[in-house]
Design a protein around this ligand. Structure first.
Ligand SMILES: [Zn+2]
Length: 158
């Protein structure tokens, strides 16, 4: 659609240029002032029409650029939403509130980083408190249950 619009505008501008040139030639060769007045009036109208087409062409360019930018941001939003759709919010065994992948491999994602549209995986620190750390913001989340150590029975020590 946009390409044919541009071609039509270009054709119109070229046609008006030829018309303007023809009027200028007539003005040069005319001797009667009444005819010259009419030609001057016609030249002015052709110039106004050219100006209008230049403005239309500029507006069309601007609209095409805006259209391109909007399509790009829509594509970005759709890409983000499809990435986010692969996760769900869960409460973990360690009672952390995080995003978890719906499909394998099982992975957890940081809820803070998702707020800024970045999916960052949580890495298992293998610590006794069951926490994982975010690759991005370095926040910790309790994923696995805490390991509880049974106190040693003094009777079995000796
Ligand atoms: Zn994070």
């Amino acid at each position: 659609m946009a390409m044919t619009d541009l071609v039509m505008i270009k054709t119109a501008i070229e046609g008006l240029k030829l018309t303007s040139d023809a009027f200028r030639y007539l003005r040069k060769v005319s001797t009667e002032s009444e005819v010259i007045d009419k030609i001057n009036s016609a030249v002015k109208q052709v110039n106004d029409a050219q100006e209008a087409f230049f403005n239309i062409r500029e507006t069309l360019f601007t609209l095409q650029e805006e259209n391109h930018a909007l399509k790009q941001s829509l594509a970005d939003v759709e890409k983000w939403e499809s990435m986010l759709a692969a996760y769900e919010v869960v409460v973990t065994e360690g009672e952390g509130l995080v995003f978890k992948s719906k499909e394998s491999p099982l992975r957890y994602a940081c809820p803070s980083c998702i707020q800024i549209k970045s999916i960052q995986f949580l890495q298992d620190k293998k610590s006794p408190d069951g926490s994982f750390v975010c690759d991005g913001c370095k926040n910790s989340y309790y994923i696995n249950p805490k390991k509880t150590y049974r106190p040693l029975n003094p009777k079995t020590i000796f």
